[in-house]
Each structure stands twice: as structure tokens, then as C-alpha cells.
Write a protein that binds this ligand. Structure first.
Ligand SMILES: Cc1cc2nc3c(=O)[nH]c(=O)nc-3n(C[C@H](O)[C@H](O)[C@H](O)COP(=O)(O)OP(=O)(O)OC[C@H]3O[C@@H](n4cnc5c(N)ncnc54)[C@H](O)[C@@H]3O)c2cc1C
Length: 381
């Protein structure tokens, strides 16, 4: 068992890091202040290949497998988390759902644009009455000839205010419960699609979210992703990859917070010596380093297994649970090590602390991850 990254992925790691440091980092404060990522920066991320890493070259992706995906997402964690949120919702969620569900005609129509960042995507599963219990969604799609007529609403949809392509989930046969759920691709501008206003959030400024409303929205059958009734399976398969990506992102954010905390602790002098000489500070750094290492190994293990074709539902849930809770502790301690400066908007640490909070909520809360983990272990015992 070799836990070293292969040469190809080490090169990928350094090239993504260079792009992130040189092109995205100079804009991270402006993104926070304007609560917006400019189209030119999204285009730059597209040109860098960021949207396609970890996705099949056959559909316009960059290849590198899921391990490469995690290596890249980790590096993207070194800047404002909103940058990755745009990419993650476009390719990691919207693109993966289409990649998993097919058919090829739909893959050909949408994936090259999503995996190159030419079009921004969104993934609309959650509803006002169906969050953790997403399978109970109420949006309905009724067959009408060779089309479907969709009515309902979605909530908290990342990228909705700026997306051109939406994967939405609706029930085509409510009598079958979640086995009646079907996925569709809908384009911005479709008659009957209303996009709500950009939500005001605690953090992740620059990443947009909104409600979607479907008013007798007519969608041709050729826009269906997968078969009728396969939608929930596609949604959950997509979330396995999304959770893995979020875990990798959390590792990257935590690493940056630790690096900054160690540096600050060495330079900040109180009582006549650097605060890093105090055991109380050293233990915070040591705990962070240990937990980041553990989370990274969990992420790489799950990703390598996904690349071998293994189903990673339980491992992705474990990695997401551990990495996001670890990030919460690391971010809290990073503010502590920075003292009053850690609480000031002047420093990015304050923003990272707020941004970190969402990782324990979206793509399944920590409680939902525990349900998934326990469900799998009880089934296999
Ligand atoms: C910024 C942001 C971006 C988002 N982006 C998207 C997106 O792009 N696409 C999308 O589809 N959704 C998105 N979401 C929705 C997100 O996935 C949901 O908010 C999340 O799944 C939780 O659902 P909820 O908010 O309805 O909380 P609820 O399900 O109402 O949960 C409330 C609390 O109850 C707990 N709980 C619920 N059931 C149980 C149980 N059985 N046992 C123990 N505890 C339980 C939860 O863990 C949580 O602590 C986004 C949300 C946010 C805030």
C-alpha cells in the first residue's frame, strides 16, 4: 500500500496551487466585500481547467480521477471558499448528476460546457419542506405527451442566481415515494422557471444561493436525466462525490488556517516571548496538525477506492463528517491563536471561521452523515 501521491498528481497539486495563489488569492477580499465573483474570474477558473478535474475526458473533463479531484479541491481551499462553491455546484453536483444519469445525448449537450466552466450549473434537490429528508420532496412532474409539466419549489440552491443549467429533481409518481423521483436538466430562461433573489448568508459571500419556483414548467422528455424513478439514486450517487469534495475542501481550508496560525504564533510576542513558546498554543497547533492529517488520509482513501470502482457512500460520509467537524475546531482555534486580530474583518481568518460553518450543514448535515454511516454499518453487521 503506497500512500504517496503519484508524480502526475503532485504536478497537478502544484499547478492548481500556483493558479489559486496567483489568480484567485488577489481577489478574495473583493469577492467577500462585493458578495460577487465576476464572470471574468469564473472564466479564468474555466480556462485553468479547474471545472473539469476529476471528470471523464470523454465528456470534456480533465481526467485525473477522484483522487486528482480531491488533490485539486484541497488546493482550492487555500482561498475564499466561495470560489470552489461555484465550481463544486457546477461540475461536482450538476455535472456529476448528468454524468451518472445520462443518457449520452444529454451528456454531450451539457457536460463539455459545464466541465470547461463555459456554463455555470446548479443542482436543485432541497425544498422548503424537504431538506435532510430530501426523498420526501414535493415538486411534481406530470407527463404530458412526450414532455413533462413541473410544479413546485426548491430552496437554498447554490449558483441559482447565475446558473445557465439546472439539474432538478421532481416526483413523476408520488405513490412510489422516493422511488418516483426523476431528474431533469432545465436551462435558464425556460418558461415557467422563476429564480428568487440572492439569499443573504452568514458567510460564503460571493457564492450565490436562491429559491427556484416552477410554474407549470414544460420540459421535453429529451431533457430527462436517467430513467423515470432513478432520480433519487442519481441524487445520492452525486452526493457521495460532493461529500468527498467537501471533505477535501475542508482539509485545504484547515491547512491554510493552521499554516497562518503557526506563523502568527511565532511572530506575535507577549510576556517577552513569541506566543508559540507556550504549551497552550502548541497544543492547539498540534491537535490541528494531527486532525488535518487524519482527515486527509480519509479523503485520499475514499477517493482512491472510488477510482477503483468501489461504492464509497459510507467512506464519503465518514470523510465529510470528520473533515468538516475538524475544520470547525481548527477554525475556532485559529481565531483563538490570532486573539483580537482573529475577530477583525481586516484578516481573512474571521471570514474563514464564518465560511467553515456551512460545511457541517449542506450536502447532508453531520447528523445525516452519522445516519448514513450507522445505516451502512448496521446493514453489514
Ligand atoms: C448555503 C447553502 C447552500 C446550499 N446549496 C444547496 C444546493 O446547491 N442544492 C440543494 O439541493 N441544497 C442546497 N442546500 C440545502 C442543504 O443541503 C440543506 O440545508 C441541508 O441538507 C439541511 O436541510 P435543512 O436546512 O432543511 O435542515 P433540516 O433537515 O430541517 O434539519 C434541521 C436540523 O435537524 C437535524 N435533523 C433532521 N433530521 C434528523 C434526524 N433524522 N436525526 C437527527 N437530526 C436530524 C439536522 O441535522 C439539522 O441539525 C444549501 C444550503 C445552504 C445553507
Amino acid at each position: 500500500m503506497d500512500l504517496e501521491l503519484p508524480e502526475e498528481l503532485r504536478l497537478l497539486q502544484s499547478s492548481v496551487r500556483k493558479f489559486v495563489d496567483e489568480t484567485l488569492a488577489p481577489h478574495e477580499k473583493e469577492v467577500e466585500e462585493k458578495d460577487e465573483i465576476s464572470r471574468s474570474l469564473i472564466a479564468a477558473m474555466g480556462e485553468s481547467g479547474l471545472f473539469g478535474i476529476g471528470h471523464d475526458e470523454k465528456w470534456g473533463g480533465q481526467g485525473f480521477g477522484k483522487l486528482g479531484y480531491c488533490v485539486a479541491v484541497e488546493q482550492a481551499g487555500r482561498v475564499n471558499a466561495s470560489f470552489w462553491n461555484v465550481v463544486g455546484a457546477t461540475s461536482g453536483l450538476c455535472g456529476t448528476a448528468i454524468e451518472l444519469g445520462g443518457p449520452d445525448a444529454v451528456r454531450e449537450r451539457y457536460l463539455p460546457d459545464l466541465f470547461s466552466g463555459k456554463k455555470v450549473g446548479a443542482y436543485a434537490l432541497s425544498e422548503p419542506g424537504a431538506g435532510s429528508d430530501a426523498g420526501s420532496l414535493k415538486t411534481q412532474a406530470k407527463r404530458d405527451g412526450d414532455a413533462y409539466v413541473i410544479d413546485g419549489a426548491k430552496t437554498f440552491i447554490t449558483n441559482a442566481p447565475i446558473a445557465e443549467v439546472f439539474v432538478i429533481f421532481a416526483n413523476t409518481d408520488p405513490s412510489k415515494g422516493n422511488k418516483g423521483i426523476t431528474a431533469f436538466v432545465v436551462e435558464r430562461g425556460t418558461k415557467g422557471l422563476e429564480i428568487g433573489k440572492n439569499d443573504e448568508k452568514m458567510g460564503l459571500h460571493g457564492s450565490t444561493t436562491a429559491q427556484l419556483y416552477f410554474h407549470s414548467m414544460r420540459v421535453p422528455g429529451s431533457q430527462r436525466v436517467g430513467d423515470e424513478g432513478q432520480g433519487f439514486k442519481i441524487a445520492l450517487g452525486t452526493l457521495d462525490m460532493g461529500r468527498l469534495g467537501l471533505a477535501a475542501h475542508s482539509v485545504g481550508i484547515a491547512q491554510r488556517l493552521l499554516d497562518a496560525s503557526a506563523q502568527y504564533a511565532k511572530s506575535r510576542v507577549q510576556f517577552g516571548k513569541p506566543i508559540a513558546t507556550n504549551q497552550a498554543i502548541q497544543w492547539m497547533l498540534a491537535d490541528a496538525a494531527t486532525e488535518i492529517h487524519a482527515a486527509r488520509l480519509m479523503v485520499y482513501d475514499a477517493a482512491a477506492r472510488a477510482d477503483k470502482g468501489e461504492r464509497i457512500t459510507q467512506r464519503a460520509a465518514m470523510a465529510k463528517l470528520f473533515a468538516t467537524e475538524m475544520l470547525g475546531r481548527v477554525a475556532d482555534n485559529a481565531v483563538q491563536v490570532h486573539g483580537g486580530m482573529g475577530y477583525m474583518r481586516e484578516l481573512w481568518v474571521e471570514r474563514a471561521y464564518r465560511d467553515a460553518r456551512i460545511t457541517r450543514i449542506y450536502e447532508g448535515t453531520s447528523e445525516v452523515q452519522r445516519m448514513v454511516i450507522a445505516g451502512a454499518l448496521l446493514e453489514n453487521t
